[in-house]
Ligand binder design. Structure first.
Ligand code: SAM
Length: 284
């Protein structure tokens, strides 16, 4: 193991700044800097990019991103105790790390970032899915980011990359795969973190496609998938009854058996149904 920088080990940083993990902030820290550098490498070539990091904590991943050559890192952290530790990293990488003390759900990062932008984070579990959905559903596509490299509980990561036919498949898979290349790039055991969580974690890489894989109106697709998967055990002719009076013939016209269930239907068919529904509404 070689040191990735000249800064002190993370255990020492945590002890010196009294950064005992708080459960309500979703704090599970990565202390192995070789591992954080590996996650940073999974994010792609950072040398020409600004990187948005949510929840840097004591700065393990932040140091990985900077050591891997990120042009500039914008780190948003809610816990005031972590800010002095992060300032030490900023001093070691002059002009390359901006720290914002705030809530990532409230702060608009764009004022502090220059394209091209990548996002990399070991997300607090309590806001991870909400942030991902925001990043996947901007008003315009392509989004402000080129890629998202995100650590989740493994069960959430599996829902992002899931294919039709299983319990993990649902709205999150459709939303992500419609406009992104998605891949699990790393799986980590609980012991990789301090404190160790109860479950395994995984890093997902989402790369924004220039255009959606299949044409569809984002709002209609979102409405359809919400209705279909909210009652996922029902046949589609029943779960989608509320979206259009002629839903049964719209399903047939889209090549979907009205007796099928949501989890059997792939992305392309959902997009075809969204287009047919849009056309039917325009006529009706
Ligand atoms: N990146 C560090 C690492 O990998 O060791 C810490 C990851 S820890 C899972 C999540 C971090 O997100 C914590 O530092 C926590 O304080 C921070 N956090 C929690 N809620 C937040 C919020 N709403 N906005 C910004 N940061 C938040």
């Amino acid at each position: 193991m070689t040191a990735i920088d000249d800064l002190p080990p993370l255990r020492e940083v945590i002890a010196r700044h009294d950064l005992r993990a708080k459960k309500q902030l979703g704090q599970n820290f990565l202390l192995d800097l070789n591992l954080t550098a590996r996650i940073a490498r999974a994010a792609g070539d950072l040398t020409q990019c600004d990187v948005l990091e949510i929840g840097p904590g004591p700065g393990g991943l932040t140091r990985g991103l900077l050591a891997e050559g990120a042009r500039h890192v914008l780190a948003i952290e809610k816990d005031a105790r972590a800010i002095p530790a992060l300032e030490e990293i900023a001093a070691a990488y002059p002009g390359r790390l901006t720290i914002i003390h705030g809530d990532a759900l409230q702060v608009d990062p764009l004022a502090h970032l220059t394209s091209p932008i990548r996002v990399a984070a070991n997300l607090p579990y309590n806001i991870g899915t909400e942030l991902l959905i925001r990043w996947l559903t901007p008003p315009d596509w392509p989004p402000f980011w080129q890629s998202l490299t995100l650590m989740f509980q493994k069960e959430v990561a599996q829902r992002i990359v899931a294919k039709p036919g299983g319990k993990a498949y649902g709205r999150l898979a459709l939303l992500a795969q419609w406009r992104c290349e998605v891949q699990i790039v790393l799986t980590l055991p609980p012991q990789a973190f301090v404190p160790a969580p109860k479950v395994e974690s995984a890093v997902v890489q989402l790369t924004a496609l220039p255009e959606p894989r299949f044409p569809a109106d984002a709002k209609i697709l979102s409405e359809l998938t919400a209705s279909a998967f909210n009652q996922r055990r029902k046949m589609l002719r029943a779960s989608l009854r509320g979206v259009h009076p002629e839903i049964e013939s719209l399903l047939t016209q889209s090549g979907i058996p009205p007796t099928a269930r949501a989890e059997e239907i792939g992305l392309e068919a959902f997009c075809t149904l969204a287009r047919n529904l849009e056309a039917a509404r325009r006529q009706g």
